[in-house]
Design a protein around this ligand. Structure first.
Ligand code: GDP
Ligand code: MG
Length: 680
């Protein structure tokens, strides 16, 4: 590979649903441009895109992977992005740094529908993108149906850049819609020009007219020509395509078979001639900052299997040189990546995507500069929706765990973790089952931290329903010389939901001396940390009303014990009852699945608060509901399975609520002695 770029560069993300053929397309792009001499396959686990161990194992990309190649003197940096919704954060972060995206999809209606959230992201950020309809060797819906399905999920107009020539379900060539030249594909070689297939004349003509009309919506000159039936010059069509793709006004569509390299050269050609140059993207993002101060953005963080840290950055302006200090940290080296391989370079200019080593403390998404912090837009951070409690297989690994998890979080901001205050579990949060399994794989493989997992406990609480007055607790102990004596009367009352705990005393005449009263409160609090049902007790008021003491034997400690005894007697008389945390969820789903999502919520004891169409997203609804946290564990899994994988939800803790009696019995029964049950 040449050190110097001869004429410009392009940074292109390859995105789209899981299994659509992105990694295969990258392999093909690298092969037809000569960057690799032998094509690998996803099945054999030897592609550039899936070279990370976690991806190879699963025959599925689980992190972004970068590769460089050169085509007609222009350097192309491709970023192969994972397609699974569980790894969407990877894709979103990477998309923030590219000049264009190729959306790969299959010619299957349901699969096309799953593109909606990706299209929304691309359009919200105005990231130029084109569509590559892959797997046209087994296309069992016709071209117009595919385009129709695509149009239904894109807020921007789609324009067919090619008209595919099919033989049954197999793509054999294409008609270029700009030049109206037809081509025939050949395995392992560029396509050949062929005479225009007369049988497609009608359909091609209609599709081309549609393309021109779509382009003319943003170009009055072209519109005039169309109205006057003047054939527009090809240069004008190409110029419009470039301008309108670059401004995310239209989405050109291509067809191909990545496995056979069909359609890959025309795609490259379009990226070269029509995708925006890096300078254009920088101008859009930086809002015309003309500075030359080095400025870069971290698109992805890797901790390599050898333990080194790499930050993949997009250089927005200025030049990165060897040994540069960014955000106060000296970078170790500059590398161009080819899957897992690193090629060292001395510098990287504006518009390049390179990896910097040893930027300790820098996270994915961070903006790097040689001067004071500059603000640049970042992709939104996905909220975690799925949790597992994790425990190191080896006890003394607990200390190592937090530093390893910190590294995982630097790599992937859509993970989160907490040490739960009530249940004392370490809980790993993420985007779904596979997402967390990959995180656990990394803990094992990179940090030698094998983990066991279980479903997180529900942080139940308990409270009381009935007041009890003057509960007596007396602690008297005579051992050897010095005895212990404490004696209290407590009033115990329920408080309204959410008020927590309060302690008062109404002692008169010093029947319990001042200095022992804190001991009473301590005894009460200690008892409440672990109520008779096995959970922390909340929403109770306790008042110390009376008692007695002994001049020699009384102590704070003895009063603490007396208070515990009183609580032990009193709370069971006060109708203890189980409380569960309720979260407020906002479910987002295509409207056609709204009724299924409502059923799912109701079936999980959810309380629907309302639902409505989204103003900012046609064809999508928001549902607001309360959902018991005990029912949230697998909620995302089921929601996705009901919505072709695209349904999602936000949640926040809202309140505690009494658990229905039948269920409470089960939770308490499952709780055994002293542990914390999980209610399922
Ligand atoms: N029939 C057919 N299969 C393909 C084509 N491209 C990729 N595949 C297969 O589709 C599967 C998923 O491909 P992969 O590149 O991993 O998809 P990704 O998840 O989008 O990266 C693999 O089994 C590929 O061999 C194609 O053009 N035609
Ligand atoms: Mg892949």
């Amino acid at each position: 590979m040449n050190e110097k770029v001869k004429s410009g560069s392009r940074n292109v993300a390859i995105v789209g649903p899981y299994l659509s053929g992105k990694t295969t397309l990258l392999e093909s792009l690298l092969s037809v441009t000569g960057a690799i001499s032998r094509k690998g396959s996803v099945k054999d686990g030897n592609t550039v895109g899936d070279s990370a161990a976690e991806s190879r194992d699963r025959h599925m990309s689980v992190e972004v992977s970068t590769a460089n190649t050169e085509y007609e003197g222009t350097r192309f940096t491709f970023i192969d992005c994972p397609g699974s919704v569980e790894f969407a954060q990877e894709t979103y972060n990477a998309l923030m740094g590219v000049d264009a995206a190729v959306v790969v999809c299959e010619p299957i209606r349901d699969r096309v529908l799953t593109l909606a959230p990706l299209f929304k992201f691309l359009d919200d950020w105005e990231i130029p993108h084109l569509v590559f309809v892959n797997k046209m060797d087994r296309a069992n819906i016709n071209v117009l149906e595919t385009l129709h399905a695509l149009k239904a999920v894109s807020s921007r107009p789609l324009v067919a850049h090619q008209y595919p020539i099919m033989q049954g379900e197999q793509l054999t060539g294409f008609i270029d819609m700009v030049s109206e030249q037809a081509y025939q594909y050949h395995p392992g070689a560029p396509a050949d020009p062929i005479p225009f297939p007369e049988n497609l004349k009608q359909e091609e003509h209609t599709a081309r007219a549609e393309m021109l009309e779509a382009l003319a919506n943003f170009d009055d000159h072209l519109l005039e020509e169309l109205l006057e039936d003047i054939e527009p010059p090809q240069e004008e069509i190409l110029k419009d395509l470039k301008m309108e793709l670059g401004a995310d006004l239209v989405v050109p569509v291509f067809f191909g078979v990545a496995e056979q390299d069909y359609g890959v050269r025309p795609l490259l050609e379009a990226l070269l001639r029509e995708a925006p140059e890096p300078e254009t993207t920088a101008e859009r993002r930086l809002k015309n900052s003309k500075d030359s101060i080095p400025l870069a953005q971290v698109l992805k963080t890797y901790y390599t299997p050898q333990g080194g840290k790499l930050s993949l950055v997009r250089v927005w302006q200025g030049k990165l040189t060897d040994g540069i200090v960014l955000n106060g940290i000296r970078a170790g080296g500059i590398y161009r990546l080819m899957g897992q391989q690193q090629h060292s370079v001395n510098e990287a200019g504006a518009g390049e995507i390179v990896a910097l080593s040893r930027l300790e403390g820098i996270k994915t998404g961070d903006i790097l500069s040689t001067q004071s912090a500059v603000e640049l837009p970042k992709a939104e951070q996905l909220e975690p929706v799925y949790a597992l409690a994790i425990t190191p297989e080896k006890r003394n690994d607990e200390v190592k765990l937090s530093s390893a998890i910190t590294k995982l979080l630097e790599e992937d901001p859509s993970l989160a973790w907490e040490q739960h205050g009530d249940t004392h579990e370490v809980i790993l949060w993420g985007q779904g089952e596979i997402h967390l399994q990959v995180a656990l794989d990394r803990l094992r493989r990179k940090y030698n931290l094998p983990m066991t997992t279980h479903l997180p406990q529900v942080p139940y609480k308990e409270t009381i329903r009935k007041p009890v007055a003057s509960v007596h607790g007396r602690y008297k102990h005579q051992s050897g010389g010095h005895g212990q004596f404490g004696d209290v009367f407590l009033d115990i009352k329920p408080l309204p939901r959410g008020e927590g705990f309060n302690f008062k005393e109404t002692i008169v005449g010093g029947v319990v001396p001042r200095q022992y009263i804190p001991g009473v409160e301590m005894g009460v609090r200690e008892f409440l940390a672990h109520g008779p049902l096995g959970f922390p007790v909340v929403d109770v008021a306790v008042t110390l009303t009376n008692g007695s003491y002994h001049t020699v034997d009384s102590s704070e400690q003895a009063f603490k014990q007396a208070a515990r005894l009183a609580m032990q007697t009193g709370i069971p008389q006060a109708q203890p009852t189980l409380l569960e945390p309720i979260v407020r969820v906002q479910v987002t789903t295509p409207s056609e699945f709204t009724s299924k999502a409502l059923q799912l919520l109701s079936g999980r004891r959810g309380q629907i608060l309302g639902y409505e169409g989204r103003n900012d997203w046609q064809g999508w609804d928001n549902i607001a509901a309360y959902l018991p946290q005990a029912e949230m564990q697998n909620f995302i899994v089921e929601l996705r399975s009901l919505t072709l994988g695209v349904g999602s939800f936000h949640w926040v803790y809202d309140h505690l609520q009494e658990v229905p009696e039948k269920l409470a019995e089960r939770v308490i029964a499952g709780n055994g002695n002293g542990g914390n049950g999980n209610g399922k």
